[in-house]
Design a protein around this ligand. Structure first.
Ligand code: KG4
Ligand code: ZN
Length: 333
């Protein structure tokens, strides 16, 4: 079964062809970082306009790369939400047009489900597992019980982890998106130099809060204007504080739910400090930590194809009246 998948929920336009829910025939992504970096964040109006320009070339690129014609496609999957409505609409309209013209089944996919299933493009992971999505828009923990069965265990009460990386990077003048810039700079810094707050909220809570640490970084810089080396210490100490909380809560979730596997996805999952620390903690505690390759951690259409395959296989269909959803909790599917 070959699925044509489309992703346009935020600032990346993606199209992919996926066979049997686990094999990438093609996976094309057009990033808009060049557009939004001037503003230090995604500008919704510019994002939808750029999606409009990119969607047809990206779709054509995916079909060409896979050497597949639309006549060989068995179904169309598209991100329905959560995300920016103007951005989502572009992908959804393209998906509807193709499904209608070629008389193909259409399914709207929850973007978070896509992130959690991206790992299956590279390896099998047995259910149940603890799934974390840590990106620019989300920091959520799930109990994944099957390909279409996810239970929300905790989420951020304010900023997402990636958003904290982006805001701190912007404040330190490191550019956008900030995660990679902070990780690079942190390599030269001391993670124990500054003790930034770790927001655990309450004992055993699986919710997150990242707005306090951003304020703590701003206050620290105001009271101790840093030298060049000092900025690297701030980056390393900030990263360590975020990683500490993410690792601890993944482990807590695994223990609370008696699960010995975890999958971490979303842009922040490409952070090497997070990967090392979780792998090490997992080895010590008998919890297997799995991460998709960095390209599959970030937003992409291939992951939407995996989710779309499992939904279509279970008979899920959406009509041509499907609307975008700016909010769409995964466990209320
Ligand atoms: O999944 P993604 O590409 O898009 C969203 O759905 O948000 O995630 C982007 C986010 C950005 O906030 C970016 O700063 C963060 O992921 N990120 C990182 C790293 N690479 C990307 N955060 C920390 N370390 C990284 N290496
Ligand atoms: Zn995402």
């Amino acid at each position: 079964m070959i699925i044509l998948a489309i992703e346009s929920s935020c600032d990346d336009t993606g199209a992919a062809l996926i066979e049997d829910g686990n094999r990438i025939l093609s996976n094309i992504l057009s990033s808009q970082d060049e557009v939004h970096k001037h503003y230090g964040g995604v500008v919704p109006e510019l994002a939808s306009r750029r999606h409009l320009e990119s969607i047809v070339p990206v779709l054509r690129g995916a079909l060409d790369q896979a050497h597949i014609s639309l006549d060989q496609v068995d179904g169309v999957a598209v991100t329905r939400g959560p995300g920016l409505v103007g951005s989502l609409l572009v992908g959804i309209m393209a998906a509807k047009a193709i499904a209608h013209a070629k008389d193909l089944p259409l399914v709207g996919v929850n973007h978070l489900m896509g992130h959690l299933l991206a790992i299956f493009l590279e390896q099998e992971v047995a259910f149940p597992f603890i799934g974390m999505v840590a990106s620019g828009g989300h920091t959520s923990l799930y109990l994944a019980e099957g390909f279409t069965a996810f239970r929300l265990l905790g989420r951020t009460r304010d900023d997402a982890a990636g958003e904290a990386f982006d805001k701190v990077a912007k404040y330190l003048g490191l550019g956008y998106p900030g995660g990679v810039a902070i990780e690079q700079l942190a390599k030269r810094g001391d993670p124990a130099a500054i003790s930034f707050p770790r927001a655990y909220i309450a004992k055993d809570s699986l919710d997150f809060s990242f707005s306090g640490i951003k304020t703590a970084v701003v206050n620290h810089v105001r009271s101790h204007p840093p030298s060049n080396d000092g900025i690297a210490d701030i980056a390393a100490s900030f990263q360590e504080a975020v990683v500490d909380v993410l690792v601890d809560k993944i482990i807590w979730a695994a223990r609370q739910h008696k699960v010995d596997r975890a999958v971490v996805a979303g842009g922040v999952a490409s952070n090497n400090r997070l990967r090392e620390r979780l792998m090490k903690a997992g080895e010590r505690l008998g919890i297997q930590a799995n991460f998709p390759s960095p390209f599959l951690c970030r937003d992409n259409a291939a992951m939407i194809g995996v989710a779309g395959y499992h939904l279509l296989k279970r008979g899920r269909r959406d009509g041509l009246d499907m609307s975008p959803l700016s909010r769409w909790p995964l466990d209320k599917d």
